[in-house]
Design a protein around this ligand. Structure first.
Ligand SMILES: *Cc1c(COP(=O)(O)O)cnc(C)c1O
Length: 373
């Protein structure tokens, strides 16, 4: 009996993708072994954070890197460092007043369920533009909300961002002119691995990635890459130091696990991975399209904007909809988790499935007891 069985938590087949609530991603044997090795010794945690950061910075062509306990935490820490820079103080000398009299600019089209962390320091959020609207003169519009209180601009890179939002390049160039850091939430923007340096090259002062999504690091890990000045402030004052970042604990296991996973990620062959995903999608389409009640098609890119195809399955039956099918899948043993797509449809995402799992899921779908039409 495994540990999940002992606890009564069924293992699920994840056809949804790198979703935190279903475990994010799975770690490789190598990463698990490296974390086990890390767990079995005492070390100087400060030194480990510094050395792992230096190694990751070299590997990702960035000035500096900092390992934290998730991308959401990374955004919080990025803003913390930006406020310190803005107020000309070390993080540990910041007062509540320093946060209250700083501001962070956020495009309305970039609002997401994760950005609440921006408000947790007490820094007022200044919203800009509309949720789905092309700016008439983006540069002027951004400058109109910049003031001497502006500590940072938050920027979201994601498949969900409305098409009218200004580009990172333009935003970064305006920010640079006013010497304001851009904190980029790129939590789910892997693959491709080049994004680990492309966003900072395009002008983000800090780019934040989740360690528990496609990087396949520890689920409770995150990575901040970017400017030495900002990351230096974190190294000096954030966890394991006491103070504002102390509650965002990242252990020796996570630091080593993220480093190990990142090394493997950089040497992995994305082309062959995409080919595997394409072949899963093609065979799923073929299987499901043989059934009169399913219409299956390749959909690209996926919801996070990742360059991996998925299967969009439409249920063609008057008495059935996608929710009934998803309910059936989740009641199987093992349960299958897939994402609804609206309009009678749902997705099957090969990103978190093996070939055998995708086939098994398709065969289960073919066995769904559709009533006679
Ligand atoms: C997943 C995600 C996060 C949070 O990442 P964690 O590592 O789970 O904290 C933040 N922003 C976006 C856009 C995400 O997709």
């Amino acid at each position: 009996m495994g540990i999940y069985e002992e606890l009564g938590v069924p293992r699920v087949i994840n056809a949804m993708g790198t979703y935190t609530i279903y475990g994010g991603s799975k770690m490789s044997r190598q990463t698990i072994q490296d974390m086990g090795d890390a767990a079995s010794s005492f070390i100087d945690l400060d030194l480990l954070q510094k050395k792992a950061g230096e190694a990751i910075a070299r590997l990702t062509k960035n000035e500096a890197a900092y390992i934290c306990n998730g991308a959401a935490a990374g955004i919080y820490l990025g803003l913390l460092a930006a406020v310190a820079l803005h107020r000309g103080k070390k993080i540990r000398y910041l007062t509540r007043q320093d946060f209250r009299c700083s501001e962070v600019i956020v495009f309305r089209s970039h609002r997401s369920p994760y950005d609440i962390v921006l408000e947790q320091l007490g820094v007022p959020v200044v919203e800009l533009a509309y949720s789905n609207h092309t700016l008439i003169s983006p540069e002027e519009d951004i400058e109109a909300v910049i003031s001497d209180r502006t500590a940072a601009i938050y920027f979201l890179e994601s498949g969900w961002v409305a098409p009218g939002a200004p580009s990172l390049k333009l935003t970064a160039s305006v920010a640079k002119k006013h010497r304001i850091p851009v904190i980029l939430d790129a939590a789910a923007m892997l693959p491709p691995a080049d994004n680990l340096w492309n966003f900072t090259k395009a002008g983000a002062s800090l780019a934040v990635f989740s360690g528990g999504k496609d990087l396949c690091g520890p689920q409770a890990s995150g990575l901040i890459v970017g400017q030495k000045g900002l990351i230096g402030l974190l190294l000096e004052s954030a966890f394991p130091k006491h103070g504002y970042g102390r509650f965002l604990k990242v252990g020796k296991e996570e630091i080593v696990g993220l480093y190990s996973a990142l090394c493997q990620y950089l040497s992995a062959d994305l082309g062959s991975r995409i080919q595997d995903a394409e072949s899963q999608v093609a065979s799923a389409c073929q299987l499901l399209n043989g059934h009169p009640c399913y219409l299956a098609a390749r959909s690209y890119p996926n919801e996070a904007g990742q360059p991996i195809p998925r299967v969009l399955v439409t249920v063609c039956h008057v008495q059935m909809d996608e929710h009934k099918i998803l309910k059936y899948l989740s009641a199987l043993t093992p349960p299958v988790i897939a994402a609804a797509a609206g309009k009678q449809s749902f997705y099957l995402n090969p990103m978190t499935l093996t070939k055998a799992e995708m086939e098994w899921v398709c065969h289960q779908l073919l066995q769904f007891p559709f009533p006679q039409q």
